[in-house]
Design a binder for this molecule. Structure first.
Ligand code: 5AD
Ligand code: SF4
Length: 467
């Protein structure tokens, strides 16, 4: 049970030992699915007496929940593990335990290799097996160095404790909810199909149950997550199969749930039902992250994206005619093997055509084991850098234009958390922008009407509508 007890620092350690309370620090890398997983791991460890801490220095267990999507992400993990080795050694000299675990996609991809390269690591647990983390720690405490990276036959969600209401409330008024994992698309640059495995959808009842618990604990906005979220399929309560659109219609019925979002989608899986959901559901926010990755059909084919640039643009037209105010977001890769200057110009062209409200863009990073890594004609690093700069300048300009077009508008704002200035809160616009406004902390969770008055580098400024 979580109890708040005030104890003086000199008695803290004794009290912790007496109550068998241990502290866990989780460092989360990468995507939102890892954020969700970190929270669920933290919940699973609560039953083992672990409480979360924000201070790495006071943790008895440090978990690095890792990302393998680009090369640098894994490098960061190994250098963090180097620093943790020193910390573990110092702790040992003072007779205090420090356990270290690596979870997430680097754990899945590297497995035993992590134990070899980083002798301080006690457990390595992949994303499909984190429900086994408590047992892995018990085994590690008995001296074993544990690697748990098999794709578990059991459904981890059946073996994890249900979302804890008090903890959900403490995490805020917005929440992620993973509905789908893995990917069967096999884009030739991407490690996800190998690290997260093939597509698996959670059941309607599991999802609705978790959404109800979240709303019951004060959550106002839920973002459904999946590596390929719009490939989600579930058995409907009346038999037959539901697609994501139908799930959204069901979740929209939950009283008290004010906002719904979902990410990340693949253009091939944007079906009519999902587009209609954008037309019909006021709770479904007008924001869509729909990566295109590149603009040239030749490169899209080499990437195995299974759509052309023209098909993507037509799709966006259909989405915009269903929901004209929708804000588009995307992911882009520059310098995929064989990308010529003309191919890159095609990427700029598609960006010009779509007009994105926000976007993420990356230099192609070779991932061993993916088909892209086998291709000759890798693009020179300097060329990648130059292309990325040009693309990012364009995307940033579009993002600014989108933000500036909001000035003068009256919008709904979900108040999320304290702002930097006293008396200020930060909220989210329907289009996922951060907005600063004067409001009281007791209003966190409210949706209020505000007028946008100015734009800043990464956020907007608003005043109460009518003031
Ligand atoms: N190199 C660069 N970017 C990549 N992404 C995925 N794999 C790679 C890679 N090998 C990007 C894609 C994807 C986002 C999550 O990360 O744009 O949509
Ligand atoms: Fe990776 Fe492509 Fe699947 Fe997205 S759709 S997770 S980029 S393989």
């Amino acid at each position: 049970m979580n109890q708040i007890t005030v104890i003086s620092p000199d008695t803290a350690e004794k009290a912790d030992v007496a109550s068998n309370t241990r502290k866990v620090f989780i460092k989360t890398y990468g995507c939102q699915m890892n954020v969700y997983d970190s929270n669920r791991m933290s919940d699973a460890l609560a039953s083992e007496g672990y409480v979360p801490t924000e201070e790495m220095g006071e943790a008895d267990l440090i978990l690095l929940n890792t990302c393998h999507i680009r090369e640098k992400a894994a490098d960061k993990v190994y250098s963090a593990l180097g620093r943790l080795r020193d910390m573990k050694r110092t702790r040992a000299e003072h007779g205090r335990e420090l356990m270290i675990g690596v979870t997430g996609c680097v754990a899945q991809a590297e497995g035993e290799e992590i134990l070899r390269r980083a002798p301080a690591v006690d457990v390595v647990v992949g994303p499909q097996t984190y429900h086994r983390l408590p047992q892995a720690l018990t085994r590690a405490r008995q001296g074993e160095r544990v690697v748990e990276t098999d794709y578990a036959v059991e459904d981890k969600f059946d073996h994890l404790p249900k979302v804890d209401k008090a903890r959900a409330r403490a995490r805020g008024v917005t929440s992620f909810l993973t509905v789908q994992e893995g990917c069967d698309k096999f884009c030739t640059f991407c490690v996800v199909p190998y690290t997260r495995g093939s597509e698996v959808s959670r059941s309607v009842s599991q999802i609705v149950d978790e959404a109800l618990r979240l709303v019951d604990s004060g959550v106002r906005e839920i973002t459904l997550l999946g590596q390929n979220v719009n490939a989600w399929r579930g058995e409907s309560p009346k038999g037959g199969e539901w697609v994501l659109g139908e799930l959204l219609y069901r979740l929209a019925e939950i009283p008290g749930l004010a906002r719904l979002r979902y990410t990340t989608s693949h253009p091939r899986d944007m079906d009519d039902c999902l587009i209609e959901a954008h037309r019909d559901l006021r709770v479904l926010m007008p924001y869509l992250h729909l990566p295109v990755q590149a603009g040239s059909d030749r490169i899209l084919k080499a990437m195995n994206r299974r759509h052309t640039g023209a098909e993507y643009l037509r799709l966006i037209e259909r989405i915009r005619s269903a929901r004209p105010d929708i804000a588009m977001s995307g992911d882009f890769i520059v310098g995929f093997p064989g990308e010529t200057d003309q191919d890159f110009e095609d990427t700029l062209k598609i960006v010009e055509d779509v007009k994105y409200a926000s976007a993420y863009s990356f230099k192609y990073s070779t991932r061993p084991g993916t088909p892209g890594a086998e291709l000759g004609s890798q693009v020179d690093e300097a060329v990648k850098t130059e292309r990325l700069e040009r693309l990012q300048a364009l995307l940033l300009r579009q993002q600014k234009e989108f933000a500036e077009a909001c000035v003068g508008k009256t919008i709904d704002l979900l108040l999320e958390k304290p702002g930097r200035m006293p008396g200020q809160l930060i909220g989210r616009s329907p289009w996922l922008q951060s907005v600063n406004v004067d409001a009281k902390e007791s209003q966190i969770g409210d949706i209020i009407q505000v007028r946008i008055i100015a734009t800043g580098p990464n956020s907007l400024f608003a005043e109460r509508a009518g003031s």
